[in-house]
Design a protein around this ligand. Structure first.
Ligand code: ADP
Ligand code: MG
Length: 369
């Protein structure tokens, strides 16, 4: 059987998920597919078209201690099987073949797409409930695979939107209580697209020495000073109680970013796309300044897109490399693309790649049997 799960862009709300704030991602029409077949023995065999060598192990290897000899990319798969077994799924010996249209490590969440496609494939084979109501715990299973098993401290947005995305909609996620709401996002109806620009500088989220892990630690430290479990639960007035300049700046980003998500919701409801664009660009300024999560290449892509006529632009998916998004009228998309290419060539940066996207559907089974 085969399952597919999409990547995502985050329209707005970056570094808010693990901080208990708001975000507004949507699934994109680029997918990872996993074809799964039950074997007659206790072996697990994993192959991906993105890597030359397959991996073979045993069900008994699916423990935290058993990770050590497993290649990094395989851990996104075995991590899901580990978490599924922890949740009581009767995982059998399996052959798993992975194929993806999503560039790896570019901020479009190939990692969550991989996890979710494996979870839906194996969930189907083992008769787990996969209806929309069952997808919150499924997303949590995939998040635990990435956080606790792979060791990448991601916040859960990517898995939720890969599983719950709906064409024509963004997914509002409130991480104060992990509640979700579908928000109509009539980009197509209003002649708009979101242009994703991959700057070609892969970000590295896994491990404790990444910028992402640093930011997470800084946010946790700020929350601890205020006696809160997560900094997104603070009030703006609380910021003055943070003596450390860095902690205060990180917290200011998280709180202002959640407020910008609410501003975008209002602007979208009012059909005011120019306002949406301006808020996206403000988000980038906050991620660059207060959160120090941008790079010169991301800044150049954003500034050039806005100069070339985009309504707004920002880094998406965490920063420290990866991709930007620009909200742009469909007929201007090529102009913006070409302007960014020219600016990158002038700056002697590698040529970026672009894809124009609209909100697509979340994970599903494409072939059962
Ligand atoms: P992003 O999720 O933004 O693409 P991450 O660093 O979170 O970036 O995840 C990328 C990693 O996920 C890859 O380096 C690889 O280990 C794994 N991965 C994602 N897609 C695939 C795939 N199709 N095949 C094998 N591994 C994959
Ligand atoms: Mg990822």
């Amino acid at each position: 059987m085969t399952a597919r799960a999409p990547g995502r862009v985050n329209l707005i709300g970056d570094h808010t998920d693990y901080n208990g704030g708001l975000c507004l991602p949507f699934a994109v029409p680029l997918v990872t597919t996993t074809t799964a077949r039950v074997r007659g023995d206790d072996r697990i065999r994993v192959r991906s078209t993105a890597f030359p060598d397959p991996w073979t192990g045993r069900l008994a290897d699916l423990t935290l201690d058993g990770r050590d000899g497993i290649p990094d990319w395989v851990r996104y798969v075995t991590g899901v099987l580990w978490a599924a077994r922890e949740d009581g799924w009767p995982v059998p010996g399996l052959d798993l073949v992975v194929d993806s249209e999503i560039p790896l490590g570019s901020g479009l969440s190939s990692s969550a797409a991989l996890e979710c496609s494996v979870a839906v494939a194996v969930g189907t084979l083992t008769d787990q409930p996969l209806d929309p109501g069952s997808r919150l715990p499924l997303a949590e299973l995939c998040r635990r695979a990435e956080t606790e098993y792979v060791g990448a401290p991601t916040g859960g947005m990517d898995q939720l939107v890969s599983l719950l995305g709906t064409a024509g909609h963004a997914l509002l996620i409130d991480f104060a209580d992990t509640s979700v709401r579908q928000v109509p996002l009539p980009l197509h109806e209003d002649g708009l697209v979101v242009l994703v620009t991959d700057t070609g500088t892969p970000h590295q989220l896994a491990g404790t020495d990444s910028g992402y892990a640093d930011r997470r630690a800084e946010c946790d430290a700020a929350a601890a000073v205020l006696g809160l479990p997560r900094i997104g639960l603070a009030w703006p007035d609380d910021l003055s109680r943070l003596d450390d300049d860095v902690q205060r700046a990180r917290a200011r980003h998280v709180l202002s970013e959640s407020a910008r998500v609410e501003d975008v919701l209002r602007a979208v409801a009012g059909g005011d796309w120019a306002a949406v664009g301006n808020i996206l660009t403000s988000s980038h300024a906050s991620l660059r300044g207060d959160f120090a999560a941008s790079t010169p290449a991301l800044d150049l892509a954003v500034a050039t897109a806005v100069d070339a006529g985009a309504l707004g632009a920002r880094l998406t998916g965490g920063g420290f490399g990866g991709s930007t998004i620009a909200l742009v009228e469909e007929e201007l998309a090529d102009t913006v693309r070409e302007a960014v290419d020219a600016a990158f060539a002038d700056a002697e940066l590698p040529a970026p790649t672009h894809v124009a996207v609209l909100p697509a559907d979340g994970a599903s089974v494409t072939r059962n049997g």
